[in-house]
Ligand binder design. Structure first.
Ligand code: ZN
Ligand code: ZN
Length: 258
């Protein structure tokens, strides 16, 4: 089985559109690339239902869409038998994480991705962001501390682009010295990093340590579903994986990989 469990429901011009027709465009690419099941994972800060949690302008500006409409489009696709899952990409929200969990509680997600893009209101994946404020070693330490905290909260099922902090190619002398144990979650193998400045898959295989895996393109347009998955599968196999994680109603199981 091959899944792509990280994508953002947009039209080909990257405009947000929550319809079954838009979902079908992602499935067309998936079918063409031999992917059995896809999962939608819109950013949690795109939804006005979560507005009270955010204070960074980049997030509050985008917090205008309706979470019910998003869920309903994916659930409708599920009801007609399309191989899709309902997820969300949930940003690390520090002391507001518990409140965010409460706000999302009523929704029937198949899985939640956890990601860290912001630390103290400063971006990790954009410049100047946090890089103007802290040394590379400090950014890496803060990033993985946040990722470990998000993992320990038990609030997310999968860690998205687990070593996103390498995105700009800025690395400490010994990156692996920063890697925490990440128990109780799956880690996604994401090909998105191949198209960023770093030019590498996320994560460094040393971070996997035998954790369950999913596969992810982080597509923001239908054409990018399953992009470079030959590279993701090669990395998974080299790391010894024979299964991939499949989610339904936040319960996971392992299926043969490939
Ligand atoms: Zn992300
Ligand atoms: Zn994403």
């Amino acid at each position: 089985m091959i899944v792509d469990y990280h994508m953002h429901l947009r039209d080909p011009d990257e405009r947000v559109v929550f319809t079954v027709e838009a979902i079908e465009r992602f499935l067309e690419t998936a079918t063409r690339r031999g992917i059995d099941e896809i999962g939608f994972t819109e950013h949690v800060y795109y939804f006005r239902q979560t507005a009270e949690v955010w204070d960074v302008p980049y997030l509050t500006e985008r917090c205008v869409h309706d979470l019910d409409a998003y869920c309903e489009a994916v659930l409708q696709a599920k009801r007609v038998g399309l191989p899709v899952k309902l997820g969300l990409e949930v940003d690390y929200a520090a002391e507001r994480q518990a409140r965010l969990a409460e706000l999302l509680e009523p929704y029937p997600f198949d899985y939640l991705l956890g990601s860290v893009h912001w630390l103290d209101g400063l971006a990790v994946d954009m410049e100047p962001g946090i890089w103007a404020r802290l040394s590379v070693d400090e950014v890496w330490a803060r990033y993985f501390a946040a990722l470990a905290e998000l993992t320990a909260s038990g609030f997310v099922d999968v860690l998205a682009h687990p070593d996103l902090v390498k995105i700009l190619g800025k690395r400490p002398a010994d990156p692996s010295a920063h890697y925490p144990a990440l128990d109780g979650v799956a880690l996604e193998i994401s090909t998105a990093g191949l198209h960023k400045r770093v030019g590498e898959i996320y994560p460094d295989p040393a971070l996997l340590r035998g954790a369950p895996i999913t596969l992810a393109s982080d597509a923001h347009v239908p054409e990018n579903v399953g992009r470079d998955f030959d590279r993701a599968l090669a990395l998974a196999r080299e790391a010894g994986y024979e299964t991939v994680t499949v989610f339904e109603g936040r319960v996971s199981r392992q299926e043969p990989l490939g």
